[in-house]
Design a protein around this ligand. Structure first.
Ligand SMILES: C[S@@+](CC[C@H](N)C(=O)[O-])C[C@H]1O[C@@H](n2cnc3c(N)ncnc32)[C@H](O)[C@@H]1O
Length: 229
């Protein structure tokens, strides 16, 4: 239950360019006195954060900073906006993390276009006929091995059941590793794959290749793959 009548908006901003930033997201951010996010996200919303108290996340402080932003928003009696690239509903740590970080606030998710939708569009697959895979981190920030085993089982079942895969990369599970796992587990080498890198950004690259070719493909960490059923 909210304790302070204030809202914590988890604001999706799309790929990080103006084209994918919605007027709704901008309007919400402009009503908040406190804004928290990574540099790339904050840079994308620079036009609507003037005069606000900004909390910047980085590789060292990213876990504690949202708690600090929440404490300051409580002190200032204002709403807080957490800026996320893509869609907050496609978030590996899951929405439970937002409830912990912003305990006492009413948490409101503001959706946006995700990299998974941009990849699905590039590959021309429908979301309805696809299974979305996000690899989760463990408490140390490494890939969660139990979750990985679960996701690998889901991927095989989905492909065998006629569903495409939309897989967001993890630094420990890049497209090459996902392809290697699928090949070792009986998915055909000629299976069609589309790799979308830096989708919706200036460096966008879309590559169509076979599953066996993905093993030698050196992709950006900012990549999402579609494996066609
Ligand atoms: C922490 S997840 C966040 C996903 C984000 N919420 C979304 O909806 O796109 C990060 C992963 O999303 C994917 N990703 C994020 N931005 C991307 C982009 N512009 N192009 C391709 N994949 C992207 C990559 O797989 C990356 O490792």
């Amino acid at each position: 239950m909210p304790e302070n009548n204030r809202k914590a908006y988890i604001v999706g901003i799309g790929s990080g360019t103006e084209e994918y930033l919605t007027p709704h997201a901008e309007k919400i951010i402009s009503t908040c006195g406190v804004v928290v996010g990574w540099e790339s996200g904050l840079e994308a919303v620079r036009n609507c954060v003037a005069g606000k108290k900004i909390f910047k996340q980085d590789c060292v402080n990213y876990k504690v900073i949202p708690y600090k932003a929440a404490a300051t928003a409580k002190e200032l009696d204002t709403d807080v906006a957490m800026i996320l690239l893509g869609d907050p509903l496609a978030y590996p740590a899951g929405s439970n993390s937002f409830y912990k970080q912003f305990a006492g606030f009413e948490v409101v998710l503001i959706p946006a276009v995700s990299s998974l939708q941009l990849a699905a569009a590039a590959a021309m697959v429908s979301l309805e006929n696809s299974r979305i895979i996000l690899y989760h981190p463990d408490s140390e920030g490494c890939i969660d091995r139990d979750d990985l085993a679960k996701k690998q089982k889901i991927m095989l079942e989905a492909l065998k059941g006629g569903y495409n895969l939309i897989v967001l990369s993890d630094i420990e599970q890049m497209p090459a590793q996902t392809a290697e796992f699928l090949l070792e587990n009986g998915i055909l080498p000629e299976t069609e794959v589309v790799i979308g890198e830096e989708l919706g950004l200036a460096g966008e690259r879309i590559t169509r290749l076979s599953l066996s070719e993905v093993i030698r493909f050196d992709s950006s960490w900012m990549s999402t793959i579609i494996v066609k059923a």
